[in-house]
Structure formats: structure tokens, C-alpha cells
Design a binder for this molecule. Structure first.
Ligand code: PEP
Length: 253
């Protein structure tokens, strides 16, 4: 796979708390993250949290270099969409980021790739940075279809155009590695990252950051981050333990 040459990209380590936390647990975690964030050097650190905790996170991280965001966004701007949260509302809470198309939302809520791209567009319109998640299942991989599945997931996102692509982040998260303790090998991850980078390059956005996600821990982070097209990590379980999350950031730095 040919490598697209591009400028250096600032590394990004982002936590995905999923549906975990409480006011008390978050307070301790956020205090530890704020106190230890320097360990990540120039690496950007961020957390994506459940909607009810955005106010708490904004208050706890306001005077730190850590940024925050949400795990989903409505495709609609406003209106009769009970239970939905708009991109403008997230911006109101100081969010920088929003996850779009996490595999759990694709699988459990039937989100299509077209909907995911539309959510990314809604986020961009509100000044947020979408983190668009793509990744194949184990059966896709076993059938030799990983590249094809990821190509299909990317297609509507690439169609947003170079300017939009330059303002978003892609996260490659093989579904078989999420929450399973099974990580893609650095070579397996790099092969898909190179494919994503090539597709971005063809669309005029070779510098868009591409994160890896799937059972990233302090012990496997350095080898993953040594790969040329891995620009950081989207971290689930390990982001709930400050020490582990900070050690992952330190491995990137
Ligand atoms: C995730 O939820 O995005 C994720 C990568 O989870 P974990 O790190 O727990 O595999």
C-alpha cells in the first residue's frame, strides 16, 4: 500500500466514557486527568462523555488544555425530535468534539453510513469537530471484506469534500477489538490506516487525523503509535482509569 506523504499531525488521545460515570466518579477522574495531563507532552487529550455530564466536564476542565465532547449528535438543527441533542446545544456546552457513527450506535441503533455523514455535516456546521468512526466486524474480516466495508463506510463522508474532511477526524475501530481485550496488531491497524489515508489524500485531505481504537492500553499504545498513519487513539475502557489513560498519552508523546 503506498503511503501518502503529508505534514506532521498533532497526536490526539480521546477517551470515550460510553455510558459510564456518576457525578462523584467523574469528579475524581477529571481531577486526576487535570493534574496529570502534562505527561502527554504535546499530545492533545480529550474526553467524550454522556450528555448529562457535559456541564460538569466543562467546569472541571475549563482551565486545562483538555478538551471535551459528546458521543452522538442529532442530524437535525432543532424541532420536534424528542430525546435528541443538537450540535448547537453541544457547542453551547463548550464541546470541541462529537463522535459520529461509533460501532455501538451503528449496531444498536441502526445508524447508516449516510446518516453518520449527515451527523458529521451537522456537527461541522455548528463548529464542532466530528470524529467519524469506521470499522469492520470479525465476520467482515474473516471473509476478506474489511477494506471494502471501510471503503463503503467512508464513501459518504468523503463526499463531504476536502474542506469538511480537513476539519474532522476519522477513527478506525475494528469492531472485533472494541471492549474485547483483543487489539489489532500494529501492522493490521497500519494497513487499514494507510488505506484510509490514501482515500483522504485522493479527496484532498491527506492531513486529516486518523485515530486507532480497540482495546488500546498503556502496554500496546507505543507500538501502535509508532505506525506512520496512526495519529492517536480513541480509548474506551482504559479512559475510565486516569492513570491508564495518562500512560497511553505518555506512550504517544
Ligand atoms: C471505544 O469504545 O471506542 C473503544 C475503543 O473501546 P475499548 O478501548 O474499550 O476497546
Amino acid at each position: 500500500m503506498s503511503q501518502v506523504h503529508s505534514q506532521p499531525r498533532t497526536r490526539l488521545v480521546m477517551g470515550n466514557w460510553k455510558m459510564h460515570g456518576s457525578l462523584a466518579e467523574n469528579a475524581a477522574l477529571l481531577a486526576d486527568l487535570a493534574a496529570g495531563q502534562g505527561r502527554g507532552g504535546a499530545t492533545e487529550l480529550a474526553v467524550t462523555v454522556p450528555f448529562p455530564y457535559l456541564a460538569q466536564v466543562r467546569e472541571a476542565l475549563a482551565d486545562t488544555p483538555l478538551s471535551w465532547g459528546a458521543q452522538d449528535v442529532s442530524v437535525h438543527e432543532r424541532g420536534a425530535y424528542t430525546g435528541e441533542v443538537s450540535a448547537a446545544m453541544l457547542a453551547d456546552f463548550g464541546c470541541t468534539w462529537v463522535l459520529c457513527g461509533h460501532s455501538e450506535r451503528r449496531a444498536l441503533h441502526g445508524e447508516s453510513s449516510a446518516l453518520v455523514a449527515a451527523k458529521a455535516a451537522a456537527a461541522l456546521a455548528a463548529g464542532l469537530t466530528p470524529v467519524v468512526c469506521v470499522g469492520e466486524t470479525l465476520s467482515d474480516r474473516d471473509a476478506g471484506d474489511a477494506e471494502c466495508v471501510i471503503g463503503d463506510q467512508l464513501e459518504p463522508v468523503l463526499a463531504l469534500g476536502a474542506e469538511a474532511l480537513s476539519r474532522l477526524v476519522i477513527a478506525y475501530e475494528p469492531v472485533w477489538a472494541i471492549g474485547t481485550g483483543r487489539t489489532a496488531s500494529p501492522e493490521q491497524a497500519q494497513a487499514i490506516h494507510a488505506l484510509i489515508r490514501a482515500a483522504l489524500g485522493k479527496s484532498g485531505a491527506a492531513n486529516t487525523r486518523v485515530l486507532y481504537g480497540g482495546s488500546v492500553k498503556a502496554t500496546n499504545a507505543a507500538a501502535l503509535f509508532a505506525q506512520p498513519d496512526i495519529d492517536g487513539a480513541l480509548v474506551g475502557g482504559a479512559s475510565l482509569v486516569a492513570e491508564e489513560f495518562l500512560n497511553i498519552a505518555a506512550a504517544v508523546a
